[in-house]
Design a binder for this molecule. Sequence first.
Ligand code: DC
Length: 225
Amino acid sequence: MSIAVVTIDGPSGAGKGTVARLLAHALGFHLLDSGALYRILGQAALSRDLSTTDVPALVALANQLTVTFPYTASRTDVSVDGEVIGSVLRNQAVAEAASQLAIYPPVRQALLDLQRRMRRSPGLVGDGRDLGTVVFPDAHAKIFLDADVEVRAMRRYQELIEAGQTVELSAILRDLEIRDIRDRTREVAPLVPAADALVIDSSEKTPAEVLAAVNEYCRTKGIGI
Ligand code: DC
């Protein structure tokens, strides 16, 4: 049997990252935060004054990336070329750049290979937009985690405030709406639930409640005990 993969897709702020980490921790699996890969490129583009439309330069960058996601039950780190890079990936400018460059098929293709190489024993939990539809269509369990946009904006707002950033809730809501439309309507690998995904609306659920539902579903797929 192939190495187990659980995919958790959905829009920004639905709680994918937290649930993916807690599930990976409970199962002892590796973790893939695919959004961070797009954010690394976004951050590199911003810091090197590259355009997010400079596809050849972005592909060259993607092909050089060595990324791992060391995590504990309470936090996920991103390590690039052996160096942990901090909260720099979490800001709104980086998220916007990531969403912009994510529309280009050659960029997605370069990151596709990188993501598939992360499928290692004993298993992988990954979160993103297209993991169940494109990256791991043969995943053993697929979840699509959604939530109302206002709820997602509030969660992101609290996250950024806790990280010490100065942000406006209305600006976050607007940015999320713009990103949602771009991510859902792009031609390649748009954000849609896989036909065989379990859809969960987390608007009125705590992370623990979502995790319980995900765990139960994974057990029906033979993952976990
Ligand atoms: O999950 P996130 O908010 O960190 O993702 C940032 C952007 O990266 C998102 O707006 C679109 C892009 N992305 C993608 O196109 N495919 C993925 N699997 C993950 C993220």
